[in-house]
Each structure stands twice: as C-alpha cells, then as structure tokens.
Design a protein around this ligand. Structure first.
Ligand code: FAD
Length: 454
C-alpha cells in the first residue's frame, strides 16, 4: 500500500525511535478509509511495532452540547470495537492533547506520532503546542479532504471557481479506491484490550444537557456506510432536482457523519462517481462534496478570522461599514432568535427545524443567516449570534463548512458584490417573497411548526 506523500505534513521533524506507533485520532473518527490510520499502520508494520490509537476527550468543546457529544461518543464506541478486532489498542485519555499526550507517549515508549488534519484554530493550536512538548516526530495526515488542503493551495482561494480549476487538475490523482486496514500483526505484550466504559465517560463531561440527542440518524461508521448506500440508491439520481427545495427530502443528510469523520468524503465521492446514475446529479453532488467542502477547509486554514467580520474580504467589510448605521426594519436579540420568536414564520420554522432535529435544510441556512444580519445592530453581532446558534444546535456544527457558510451569507465570502441596498450594501440579499416563488413555503412552515405541537 502506498500513501501519497502529498497527504503528509511533517508537523515535527525528529528521528523516528524504535517503539509503538501512536495515532492520535481527532477529526477522522473511523477505522475505514482513514488515510491517517493507514499511514500509522504502514509505519508500524515496516517498523515491526504495535499500533495504538489514542483519543483525547475533553469535557467541553466550543459550545458542543450532549447532542453532539452523544453522537460522537456512540460513534467512537463502534470505532474502538473495530480497532480492537484489528489487534489495535484503543486508549481514551481525558484531557487536552498537549497536556495528556506527552506523558502517554512516554509511557508507551512511542516511536512516532501520527495525527489527522483540522484547520480550525483550537485544534491547530493543540497540534503546535504538542509539537513543542514531544521529542518524537509528528506526521499530520489529511484524511478529511480528497485533495489534501495544504497541497492544493497555499493561500485563501478567492472563490469556488479558483479552487475548482485546481481540483479538476488533481482529482484524478486523489479520487482513488482506498486500501483496507489489515489485522495488525503485532500487539504490545501489555496490549490493553479493555474498552472504555462509555457510560462512565458521560460523567466526565461538562456540557449542556438541555439540547437533546436526536434519533433520526444513527451514529457510527457502520451506520454512516449504510446511510451512504441508501442515499446513492434512493436519492442521488434526483439530487439536482430536489436538493435546493426545503419542502423536499433532496439532500443526503450525511453531513453529521462527514463532520465527525465517521464517513470518508473520498469514499462517498468514489462511490458516487462510479455509480451509473444521472450525470447531472452526480456532478451537482460532487461539486458540493468536493469543491464547496474543500473550499471551506481552505478558507479556515488560511483565514484566522474565519468566524469574524475581520475575515471578510475588504470589499465586503467596506460595504457593510458604509451601511452600518442604516435603520433596521426589525431588531432582535438572542432571546428572540433562539426560541424562534421573530415576526417571520419562515425564519422561525427554520430555527425550530434546527433546534428540534439538529439539521436545518441547506437552502434555509442561507436565508436564516442573512436575516440575522438584517435584524441585528451590526455585522459583528450577527456573526456572533449565527455562529453561536449554529454550533449549539446543528449536529454538524463547529465545522469549516459552517464558518464558511455563515461568512458567505453575512460577509459575501467566496461570493461577488451584488446591487447595493440598505443594510446589506453589496452582499447578496434574500427575502421571503423569493423563497415563496421558489418552494412551498407554507408546507415547510407547517411541517416545522406542526411537529412542535405534536
Ligand atoms: C449559514 C450556513 C451555515 C452552515 N452550517 C454548516 C455546518 O455547521 N456544518 C456543515 O457541515 N455545513 C454547514 N453549511 C453548509 C451546508 O448547508 C451543509 O453542509 C449541508 O446543508 C449539509 O446537509 P447534507 O449533508 O444533507 O448536504 P448535501 O446537499 O447532501 O451535500 C453533501 C455534502 O456536501 C457538502 N456541502 C454541501 N453544501 C455545502 C456548502 N454550501 N458548503 C460546504 N460544503 C457543502 C457537505 O459536506 C455535505 O454533507 C452551512 C451553510 C450555511 C449557508
């Protein structure tokens, strides 16, 4: 098996020692189709060493609630079982990676550390602090993007069309079949086959329990594979016809799996590409899954202000500044937004859809965020509220896609200037009438308000 070196970023250069290989699993929480795990196994086999997967559990992360933690932990339980079956040790460690991993590595006598890639500020910071505190080499492997994010571009791309061109050039190299993990030939004498007591793990968390877990989606990599197969069989063929209509079930609903790394985007893209379904639908889906999704990681990697007004393009900041003092038709605070108590039934329905199910339809997410800009005192307040609500309720929240999507809606990121108007300046505008022309707004509102009464 040959992992493409362009996937690997040497986070810390040092001589590889004789000792087990440790993979610190963070963003890509799966055994299947995981380039970071495959690289770790390849190293371990060539060194005749055992392989250990370590996961650092922290009691709270960027406002995640039990909804997201529950999904993640149940998924991890599946992954841990699979690892042990492959003769790979799984260790759940409590604490921040930079605090707990150095000691863990020392005690395991580790020879090299492999990890996955995450462009968000906090996980980036963990990785750099960790690199300062360990003596062994660290290999960071991009197991999330099909074309590795650091490889495809060393700057923030201006828009989808600039990334698309590069994607077209390299897709053939990277959109390949992925080899399987093999049963690991070696284990440590003290190989700990015991799995964590997942019920006990919950006690360690310090998260909001008022946002309940959801049951429309089953966590874990096996469920993710099944959901992928169902989507391809039942809905992919008409994806281009239905995906943009919030009153239809047109999207794949796979984003929570992709977010937690329970499903590999490369696997999904590969299966979609080789299916013999409607080429228009396949193209539309791959545009979202590859170009849009990978553009979001590019945005977060190269723009430290990805969740702030300071991260908008200069033209967008200028136009929003020019209209800073424009009168707002309505002014709401978080107390009005969060329970869905604005004057607009469509906005309220979208908010309630998200609060109840953990997933707002993709089209409504744009409308939802743009209205927050229109009905708050400043773009800064709008960004703060949108990020807070998105990350609290969406099962796929705290994702590059979310930060890019909010920044697109409120700050014109990856978009172009449009005709100038009040409050928005040249940021693209959306309104209720436009939605009414596009889809059955009443049906969507009724569905989301009715289920509240049920
Ligand atoms: C304001 C706003 C907030 C958003 N918040 C999030 C978020 O928190 N987490 C998140 O994953 N996505 C977010 N998105 C992007 C997009 O809306 C979701 O990825 C999509 O709706 C997820 O549903 P799906 O998996 O059924 O999508 P599908 O239509 O089935 O698409 C398949 C996959 O393609 C990718 N994708 C689709 N649309 C986009 C897009 N516009 N940008 C980047 N990637 C895309 C996703 O990985 C998605 O799972 C946001 C968009 C906006 C405008």
């Amino acid at each position: 098996m040959d992992i493409d070196n362009r996937r690997i970023f040497i986070r810390k250069q040092a001589e590889i020692q004789q000792g087990p290989v440790v993979y610190w699993m963070q963003r890509d929480q799966r055994t299947n189709d995981n380039w970071a795990l495959l690289h770790a196994q390849e190293l371990a086999i060539s060194m005749h060493q055992p392989l250990i997967v370590a996961f650092c559990l922290i009691p709270g992360f960027l406002g995640a609630t039990i909804r997201q933690y529950g999904f993640m932990l149940k998924g991890l339980a599946v992954t841990a079982r699979k690892l042990v079956k492959h003769n790979i040790q799984f260790s759940l460690i409590h604490g921040l990676p930079q605090d707990v991993l150095p000691r863990f590595l020392l005690e395991a006598g580790a020879g090299i550390l492999v990890t996955d890639f995450n462009p968000l500020r906090l996980p980036m910071d963990w990785r750099s602090r960790l690199a300062e505190r360990v003596e062994i080499p660290i290999h960071e492997v991009d197991a999330h993007n099909i074309i590795p994010c650091r490889f495809i571009s060393d700057k923030a791309e201006y828009a989808a069309f600039t990334l698309r061109k590069k994607t077209e050039r390299f897709l053939h190299d990277f959109l390949t079949e992925i080899p399987s993990l093999v049963r690991h030939p070696r284990s440590q004498d003290s190989h700990d086959k015991k799995l964590p007591d997942w019920n006990d793990v919950g006690k360690y968390l310090n998260v909001d329990h008022d946002v309940p877990e959801v049951d429309w989606i089953l966590p874990g990599e096996d469920a993710a594979r099944e959901a992928m197969a169902r989507f391809i069989e039942e809905r992919l063929d008409v994806y281009n016809l239905n995906r943009n209509f919030p009153d239809k079930q047109g999207q794949s609903d796979l984003s929570p799996y992709l977010h937690f790394g329970q499903l590999s985007a490369q696997r999904l893209a590969f299966e979609v590409q080789r299916s013999d379904l409607n080429p228009g639908s396949k193209m539309a889906f791959l545009e979202e899954l590859i170009v849009r999704r990978e553009l979001a990681d590019n945005f977060c990697l190269h723009n430290p202000g990805y969740d702030r007004v300071s991260g908008f393009q200069p033209w967008a900041q200028a136009t929003l500044n020019k209209h800073r003092d424009d009168p707002r038709p309505y002014l709401y605070s978080i107390e009005d937004f969060e329970p869905g108590k604005t004057h607009d039934p469509l906005w309220n329905a979208a908010q309630k859809e998200m609060v109840r199910t953990g997933k707002m339809h993709g089209f409504m997410r744009m409308y939802w965020a743009k209205k927050i800009l229109e009905w708050t005192t400043s773009p800064e307040e709008a960004m703060e509220i949108a990020v807070y609500l998105n990350d609290k309720y969406e099962l796929d929240g705290r994702d590059s896609n979310g930060y890019a999507g909010i920044s697109w809606s409120i700050g014109g990121t990856h978009d172009r200037p449009w005709g100038e108007r009040s409050i928005f300046g040249m940021i693209r505008y959306m309104n209720f009438q436009g939605c009414k022309r596009k889809f059955d707004v009443d049906k969507y509102i009724q569905e989301n308000l009715k289920s509240e009464i049920d």
